[in-house]
Design a protein around this ligand. Sequence first.
Ligand SMILES: [Zn+2]
Length: 186
Amino acid sequence: MNNTMADKEPVNAGSSSVLEGEMCPFCNKKTLTLREAERDVPYFGILYIFSMDCYNEECNYHKADVEVAESHGPVKYTVEIDSEEDMKIRVVKSSTASIKIPHLGSIESGDASNGYITNVEGVLNRIKKQVEEIRDAAEDKAEQKKAKNVIKKITKIIWGQEKIKMILEDPNGNSAIISEKAQKSK
Ligand SMILES: [Zn+2]
């Protein structure tokens, strides 16, 4: 059998470095751990992953981001999701990227937004968690019912029983949906 590109491990482990006991910019204690890792992502290139974690329990500051070695300029990716297999499609999201799924939900960019590498299922699970929080905080029955329906829909999508469109936009070009099915535009 031929060894196709799809059979390869999608993300290779690269080098990484850790700095412990750094000054936290929020609580000003030396409880911050800085991590930097390098990954080579096929069809995308070299990625740097940065994270800051404060181990002061009263602070718990966390920030993570991804950056590409070469800037690609603003990008927009659109992909149709219609099978269980599509859950594995890799998604690189920087803190400046937003992900939208029409009629379902979104992950917005912003100061509180983190960068990460995940897959379509990971994005859906993050949106599901947001909707679960809305459901639990809902004061009226109608709002609660609406949230419950969205959760049901997400579960069906994860099982490959419903079609959706996922749109990722990043003004800094540090993000991607890595799939032959994904359409890239500026
Ligand atoms: Zn702190």
